[in-house]
Ligand binder design. Sequence first.
Ligand code: NAD
Ligand code: LMR
Length: 329
Amino acid sequence: MSNSPVKVAVTGAAGQIGYSLLFRIASGALLGPDTPVQLRLLEIEPALKALEGVVMELDDCAFPTLAGVEIGSDPNVIFDGANLALLVGARPRTKGMERGDLLSANGAIFTGQGKALNDHAADDIRIGVTGNPANTNALIAMSNAPDIPRERFSALTRLDHNRAISQLATKLGVPVTEITKMTIWGNHSATQYPDLFHAEVGGRNAAEAVGDQEWLENTFIPTVAKRGAAIIEARGASSAASAASATIDAARDWLKGSAQGDWISMAVASDGSYDVPEGLISSFPVTTKNGEWEIVQGLEIDDFSRGKIDASVKELQEERDAVKDLGLI
Ligand code: NAD
Ligand code: LMR
C-alpha cells in the first residue's frame, strides 16, 4: 500500500450506525484492501468520551488499511482535507414519530456542517447524507456550501433499494443477485416509490415476473416504504447495521462505479429529469463512474408510477418550504 490515505469524515460517529460503519470502512470494505483510510470522526462534546472508547476498539482491530483516526467536536477541524464525508449524525425518530418531526430538530445541524465542508474539505469532496430527514438535510448542507458543486451531494436511499431487492427476491424465490435495475424514486420516507416496472429478474421485467398487481401495490410498496418503522417497532431502535451497510454500498459505488448493465438508487440534486423540480434532492436511478453519477434517462413512466413519484416529490417540496421558513436554506 503506497497510496496516501483517503480522508473519510463520519459524523455521529459514537452513535448506533457509527458503531457498525466505522469498522467496515476501517477494514477496507469501502475502498478495498489497497487503499489506506484516515478516519476523521465528528461528535458533539458529550459523546466524545464514548467515541474515545470506539477508537480504542478500532485500534484493537489492528486493521491494515486504517492509517489513523482524528476525533473532535469542531466540524471546521474534522472536515479539514476530507475527501468523503458521511453525514450520519442526527437524532433518529422513535416510535410514533414521522420523519417530518425531525426537520427542525436535525435541520440546523446541516447548516453548520455545510459551511464547514465548504470552507475546509478537499477539492474532490463527496458528501453522502444518512441522517434523517436525509434528502432535506442534504439540501440544507448543499445550500450552505455554495463553492462545492451540487453533484457532490447525495442522500441515502440505498437502504430502501436494498430492501426492495430483498423483498422481491424472497417473493420470487430467487437469489438477490438475479435482481437488477431496481429504482427508488423520491424521498427516503413512507412516500418513496420502489419501482418494479423497470426492475429485472434474471433479465425479465420484474412486474411481469411477479404478475400480481395487488401484491405489488398493497404488499411490496408499503413493506419497503414502511420498513424503517417496522424495524423501530421490533427493535425499539432504528435500523443501524443495515443502514451502515447501505451507506458503504452507496459510497463505494459512487467512488468506484456501479456494475455494468445495472443501476443504483441515489438521491441527488434534480436536473429536471422525469419532471422532478430542479434542485430538489430526490432519488433516481443512476449509474456511477469515477466519482460521477448520471441519471438513467428515457424510462417510460406510466400513470401509476407518475402518481407515486409526484406524491413523494410533493412531500420533498413541502419539506423544502418548511426548512426555508426555518431560515435553514
Ligand atoms: P444515534 O442516536 O445512535 O446516533 C446519532 C449520533 O449523532 C449520536 O451519537 C449523536 O451524539 C450524534 N450527533 C448529534 N448531533 C450531532 C452533530 N451536530 N454533530 C455530530 N454528531 C452529532 O442514531 P443512529 O441510529 O446512528 O442514526 C443516525 C441518523 O441516521 C438518524 O437521523 C437516523 O434516523 C438516520 N438513519 C437514516 C437511514 C437512511 O436510510 N437514510 C437509515 C437509518 C437511520
Ligand atoms: C430507516 O429507514 O430505517 C431509517 O430511516 C429510520 C427511520 O426513521 O425509518
